[in-house]
Structure formats: C-alpha cells, structure tokens
Design a protein around this ligand. Sequence first.
Ligand code: URA
Length: 217
Amino acid sequence: MTFEEGSGVVREAGALGRLRVEAEACTACRLADTRTKVVFGVGNPAAELLFVGEAPGRNEDQQGVPFVGAAGQLLDRLMADVGIDRDRSYIANVLKCRPPNNRDPLADEIEACKGYLRMQLELIDPKVVVTLGNFATKLLLKTESGITKVRGRSYPWWRGKLLIPTFHPAAALRSGDQVTNLMRADFELIRQALAANDEAYTAEEPNTVEQLGLFQT
Ligand code: URA
C-alpha cells in the first residue's frame, strides 16, 4: 500500500485525524512499551472499501504505515488484477501496535485496541469490509470457524455493510499459488460488491449478523 506522502502518512482531517492523534498516544496495553510507532491506518478517509489486517510487523512498526512489505504488495497486485481502484480503499489492523517478535495478538490487547477499529469503521463508513486472515475474521464475523471455512462469500454485516473474509496475504505468500488464486476469487467478489447497489445485496441473504454487536470479544 502506498498512500504515504514522502516518508509520512497523509494525516486525516476531522474526527478521524483526532482519533489518529489519540491512538498515537495510547498506553492502554503492554504493546505501548515495545512499539516504535503506532500504526493507525492508511488510505482514503471516505473509502468504500476497508481492509482489516491483524497487527503491524517489523517494517510497519518502523514506518507507522500498515502493509508496507511484501504482503502489502500482494494486496496491491490483487486489487489491480481484478480492477479495484486502490484509492477507494483504507487499510487498518485489529491491533495498532506491533506484538514483540510478531507473536499472535493476545485477547486483552484486542480488547484494549478494538475501540479504535470500531471508530474507524464508524467514521470511514465503508460499504465493504474485508477481513484478512483469522484474527480479523473471528473478531468481526463473530465466528470460531477458520478462514478456510468462511471465505468465498460475502456476509450482510453491521449497519448494512458487507463483510468479505479472505486469507491473510502473508499466508498466500507462504503457501503459494493455490491460496493466491483463492484470494483473487475473493477479490473478484469484492469488486462485484463495490459495483452492486445496496438493495441487491441486502435482498440476497437474511441479515443474521447485524443483529449482534460489532465485535466478538
Ligand atoms: N500484517 C498485518 O496483518 N498487518 C500489517 O500491517 C502488516 C502485516
């Protein structure tokens, strides 16, 4: 993802900008002690498409920008392959700070951080939310099922949005073409969801998820 201007992220105006400033000073969990930079998010503040990853890695922690490495390049390529305009998207993570040695996020860290993601979802108000990998999917879709089971379709979601789960791009980089091709199919679904009007989608399936709160934990 390359939404940065020069070496810094374009800082959002208004409420999203204020939320970024708040997050950058956050000390709500232990990750504040080990992070280099808070990785709040990057992209179009009025995006129709919001990607949610897991947590910053080493490069993201250094630069303060999500998905700056090979995983981000794969996201860019998949968007280009199916014709999704990257400028219509925003990317954030479940955790805004890097877990040491890229360990998995802990439950209390997700709990401490999820208010920022909730506010990002409210303020950006995308039409389509794409969860990348198990952590984001389990949190937002309120499921214990793994990504392999739930991917490949879209789910009517919170406040009339569609949620589309797919693999984490790092998993595709590890596993090779088969997973990348499944991701490409999911990205085609994303493109179709962006193209369709809201009624066509909400009429397709009963809205089971919207009855619940936003987060699983
Ligand atoms: N993996 C993630 O989940 N998020 C990032 O920002 C980078 C790698």
